[in-house]
Design a protein around this ligand. Sequence first.
Ligand code: ADP
Ligand code: MG
Length: 286
Amino acid sequence: ATPTAIMVGTGKGAQNGILFKNSTALEQLAQVKTVVLDKTGTITKGTPEVTTVLLQPGASQKRVLQLAASLEYYSDHPLATAVIEANEAQRVPVDDFTTHPGLGVTGQVDGQLVLVGNAQLMAQSQLDTSGLAVSQLTDQGNAVIYVAYAQQVLGVIGVMDPVKDDSRQAVAQLQQQGLKVVMLTGDNAQTARTIARQVGITDVISDVLPDGKAQAIAQLQQQQAVAMVGDGINDAPALVQAQVGVAIGNGTDVAVDCADVILMNSDLSSLVTARRLSQQTMTNIK
Ligand code: ADP
Ligand code: MG
């Protein structure tokens, strides 16, 4: 594109809360054929709330939330806030706090190992989760957080993060432009599929560890040019890998640093606008 076309496109972007960090991004967004969307904080609001706690026989909800919140206090994961807010008991001291990206968190309480995280985290310690009927939670779109203490799973916390008001419409508009829209998430398949259905996405890549996000993008790039939209630290490598990396709204600093385009409003319709600006920039010069 000519410098003038780039200037016009960049300027219109700024008026709409869309920051193109370089002219290549403005030019390439029109070329992408696949748009990959992170789930949490990108398609959903990123303000999860605890909806349900399922317990093993003999366990108490108060204790499950207390243990979970005591560890999550040290986590910066979006799910952590929900657990901390739902807890009404005094936090207990935690030793050896450790974050396991894409899995959960662990620590020691009263000399016992506490695990707070997904089914994979429990499976890594050979803990049995089969007594808990989580499908009723995941079918509704809840993320699930298991809580284990001293080699026993005590219960599971269901956390719901509602989709943004405009996500469904934005996905439809992208699809109408002939784009393939894919959801990419570290969350479990069932939860991911429910949220995907709510916004009209059929292509879902779930249970992806943070390292795996960039690999998933690379695989999609073998077919077509890809734009990736995300907000989290765990999205950063994927944003770098994609032809166009897009950070959304109140994205973490790392995501914003790694992206080529920043959507200052945290709604997905800005992506539709960004792509339209890119197309206008490219047709104006030919
Ligand atoms: P996403 O791709 O949706 O942003 P992440 O890769 O951050 O998800 O996390 C994937 C999954 O790992 C979460 O859905 C959750 O089950 C589990 N997990 C990660 N961190 C935590 C945490 N601090 N507490 C509980 N669960 C966690
Ligand atoms: Mg996210």
